[in-house]
Design a protein around this ligand. Structure first.
Ligand SMILES: NC(=O)c1ccc[n+]([C@@H]2O[C@H](COP(=O)([O-])OP(=O)(O)OC[C@H]3O[C@@H](n4cnc5c(N)ncnc54)[C@H](O)[C@@H]3O)[C@@H](O)[C@H]2O)c1
Ligand SMILES: O=C(O)C(=O)C[C@]1(C(=O)O)C=C[C@@H](O)C=C1
Length: 359
């Protein structure tokens, strides 16, 4: 345990994000103090091992505010006043509006450096927290005019200790980016999943992996997302309008599909989707650096571990992995990504060892 971060670190808000920060820092041996407006949420986070209650005389060098978006400005302002020697960050999903609100409260923003991990889950609370939540995920730091290089270094050290990858963006760049890579995707997932409410049970019952991929985040908390979308409305609206215009074009093309150019219009929407998804870094099966192999496994305990062990035994390094399984099905589909030069050898070796290869 060689943490770069000097404790104690105070985490304010001990739900999914706060407790995950606590768990990951504790695993690195960093002293973590916890605070939450809800005594139950606080007790839960302590019970799960995310940190301890502050004792008299404890003074954090760094504070991570992980409260709901509409609580961030007031909470950061209060923390800045209570801990005059501490650098304060937050993990909120929007950066510009909270900074403006903090300034409007008259807070000393010179010790506030906002940040945002692009990692999360569709369920909140310490009960859903995980020490590995941030592993290999981008974590955006949003320095402003009064941020010093030393403060950026302290926060980057925290991010590295949490296993994440620090990225620097201005608050404006951040908000425009998350509108397109997180906030509108949330709405599209919700809109699609909403079609299922009145769909016949027979239709919902045969849903495959495609629908599950598109709708996973539709299970997210409406309370949280109303706050996020409201705080970033200026950046979200133009992206939504662009989607709306594409959608209207698609409807028109399909209605008049025998008109000249109509099929091409549909094809262009799909081709643009291909081009867009191929830009996602590390997106499984799409990353041009890797080749994929699909292995079928029995849907029973230990099968995935056995497969991974054997891939290791044949000396192949796994670059990425995706597991699909449908409830009720007896088969799991494991798609592994490997360097192209070892793909065929891996297929041969696994086939010889009795694994079923599906592609
Ligand atoms: N959920 C995600 O996937 C995700 C990902 C990245 C960032 N975020 C951001 O992280 C923040 C926290 O989200 P979460 O999912 O952990 O929420 P959560 O509901 O799991 O946890 C929030 C915690 O904050 C506490 N709290 C509320 N008001 C408080 C206050 N005034 N003072 C102290 N504690 C207070 C609540 O009791 C709760 O325990 C949000 O700002 C969100 O935008 C969430
Ligand atoms: O549920 C997930 O998997 C997420 O990572 C959620 C996600 C995202 O869009 O990437 C959602 C909002 C947060 O601000 C950060 C992360």
């Amino acid at each position: 345990m060689n943490a770069r971060t000097a404790g104690p670190v105070l985490v304010v808000g001990t739900g999914l994000l706060g407790a995950s920060v606590g768990l990951a820092l504790r695993a690195e041996g960093v002293d973590v103090l916890l605070a939450d407006v809800s005594p139950t949420a606080l007790d839960l986070a302590v019970d799960y091992g995310a940190g301890r209650l502050p004792a008299p005389g404890d003074e954090p060098a760094l504070v991570v505010v992980a409260v709901p978006p509409d609580q961030i400005p007031e909470t950061v302002a209060r923390v800045l006043a209570h801990h005059p020697g501490a650098l304060v960050t937050d993990v909120g999903s929007v950066k510009q509006q909270p900074l403006e609100a903090l300034r409007a409260l008259g807070a000393d923003d010179s010790r506030y450096l906002g940040s945002h991990p692009l990692a999360g889950r569709e369920r909140g609370g310490a009960i859903s927290a995980r020490a590995d939540l941030f592993l290999a995920r981008p974590w955006v730091l949003t320095p402003h005019e009064r941020t010093t290089p030393a403060q950026v270094r302290v926060l980057e050290d925290l991010v590295l200790d949490l296993g994440a990858t620090p990225v620097r963006l201005s608050p404006e760049e951040h908000d425009a980016s998350v509108a397109v890579i997180s906030h509108v995707p949330q709405l599209i997932a919700s809109l699609m999943a909403a079609r299922l409410v009145d769909a016949p049970s027979a239709a919902v019952g045969i849903a495959g992996q495609g629908l599950r991929d598109v709708t996973r985040i539709a299970a997210s908390s409406p309370e949280l997302w109303v706050q996020i979308l409201g705080a970033n409305a200026d950046a979200v609206v133009p992206v939504l309008e662009a989607v709306g215009s594409d959608l209207a074009g698609l409807v028109e093309a399909l209605r008049g599909q025998h008109r000249p150019g109509a099929r091409r219009a549909v094809a262009e929407v799909l081709a643009a989707g291909n081009a867009g998804v191929s830009r996602l870094p590390g997106k499984h099966g799409q990353d041009a650096r890797f080749a994929s192999l699909v292995v079928l496994i029995d849907d029973r305990p230990g099968q995935l571990a056995a497969l991974l062990t054997e891939i290791g035994e044949v000396g192949v390094n796994l670059e990425d992995l995706r597991l699909e399984h449908s409830p009720g099905a007896q088969i799991g589909i494991v798609e592994v990504a490997v360097l192209p030069e070892v793909r065929d050898r891996l297929e041969r070796e696994l086939t010889e060892r009795g694994w079923r290869i599906a592609g």
